[in-house]
Design a protein around this ligand. Structure first.
Ligand code: ZN
Length: 367
């Protein structure tokens, strides 16, 4: 069995989805339909971007007996932060809710997926980092993305970093997939422009990496090609945030997630993960910083990316790897090369021949 055979096996898609402007107005009714006499309560995990909106929870159908938690987006999920949230829900008696609603960006959606699995499977988040370790289905879960790009709404993983081991890996499982996803492009109209660009590019990057890899299949390729087309519609247009473009990007995010569920990423994501683990940079901005420095691996995508970022007048953080110490260099190398599945997909099983320590560092020094 090769490295890549151990990952993608059978593909499970989202159970149901609702699409269109105003689709989010149906959340309260959907939640109500899941409540039963035995399981009356629901758990709302809402992106803390919305925490000053006093009516947000009630507008989503929350009742006084439900649990409402605002998910911090300062740091990406850690196995430790997930464990704390699960313990809090258990303490407040929300052990078998009718449904969990994740409303927000990738961090919030991933948190909802992880919590859903842990409430029914028990144990700690770190126990399930890997492939197909989740034993039984999680609590019914509804995903509502309020920013487009990560594809978290479609994938069978929820990315978490274990602060003790430095391992950034999700619970890759059929049980991690949302039961119902609500795609409402009107929710993304107020996203800050830079954030909108960085996050949207995650969908583009997933697919250019998948299409350049060796582990390919016709379904994954079709999803990837259409995702890239939609991203071009958005980021090569004069206004990436026009209503129709926001609709395009929401579809691209979903299809990009479906694409990645049947394939693997490539060189960009491992470098990006290292920037996240070592410097705490968020996933989507880190991806953009990496693509900007990895033109030698993805020459066409690099040229297109430069065109997009200039057209949309988005700024990219500079010099994030200036002043590297020996300790930081070792940490960056280790955090990059541990992602052997995507690196094998992109460069072959002997990827360390291409990606020597000194080459890895010279690439980071360009960022
Ligand atoms: Zn990504």
């Amino acid at each position: 069995m090769t490295t890549l055979d151990t990952g993608v096996k059978v593909v499970r898609n989202v159970g149901r989805f609702t699409f269109g402007d105003g689709a989010a107005l149906g959340i309260a009714d959907l939640v109500a339909s899941k409540r039963t006499d035995k399981t009356k309560d629901a758990v709302y995990l809402i992106d803390d971007y919305f925490k000053n909106d006093y009516y947000i929870a009630s507008s989503l159908g929350a009742k006084p007996t439900d649990a409402v938690h605002f998910v911090s987006t300062v740091d990406e999920p850690t196995t430790q932060s997930i464990d704390v949230l699960v313990a809090t829900l258990q303490k407040s008696g929300h052990t078998t809710p009718a449904t969990i609603i994740g409303y927000g960006g990738g961090i919030t959606l991933d948190t909802a997926k992880a919590v859903s699995n842990l409430l029914t499977n028990g144990g700690r988040a770190a126990d399930y980092q890997g492939w197909d370790l989740v034993k039984v289905p999680g609590v019914h879960k509804i995903g509502v993305p309020t920013i487009s790009g990560t594809g978290s709404e479609a994938t069978r993983t929820c990315v978490m970093t274990n602060l003790e081991t430095g391992l950034k890996l999700g619970m890759n499982s059929d049980f991690t997939v949302f039961d119902h996803v609500i795609l409402d492009p009107s929710l993304t109209s107020t996203v800050p422009r830079n954030q909108y660009f960085y996050t949207g590019m995650d969908a583009y990057i997933h697919c250019i990496e998948a299409l350049a890899g060796s582990y390919r299949n016709a379904i994954g390729d079709a999803y990837s090609r259409e995702t890239v087309n939609l991203c071009r519609n958005v980021f090569l247009s004069t206004d990436m945030m026009a209503a129709e473009r926001r609709s395009d990007l929401m579809v691209a995010s979903y299809l990009g997630g479906c694409a990645i569920a049947t394939s693997y990423v490539g060189v960009i994501h491992p470098f990006s993960a290292a920037l996240s683990v070592v410097f705490g940079l968020h996933h989507c901005v880190a991806n953009c910083i990496v693509l900007n420095a990895l033109g030698e691996f993805y020459p066409d995508a690099f040229v297109e990316f430069r065109k997009m970022i200039e057209l949309q007048q988005v700024a990219l953080p500079q010099g994030v790897c200036a002043n590297l110490t020996d300790e930081l260099r070792s940490a960056l190398i280790a955090a990059t090369v541990k992602h052997e599945k995507p690196l094998t997909n992109a460069l072959g099983a002997d990827f360390r021949k291409t990606l020597t320590d000194s080459r890895i560092i010279s690439l980071f020094e360009k960022m």
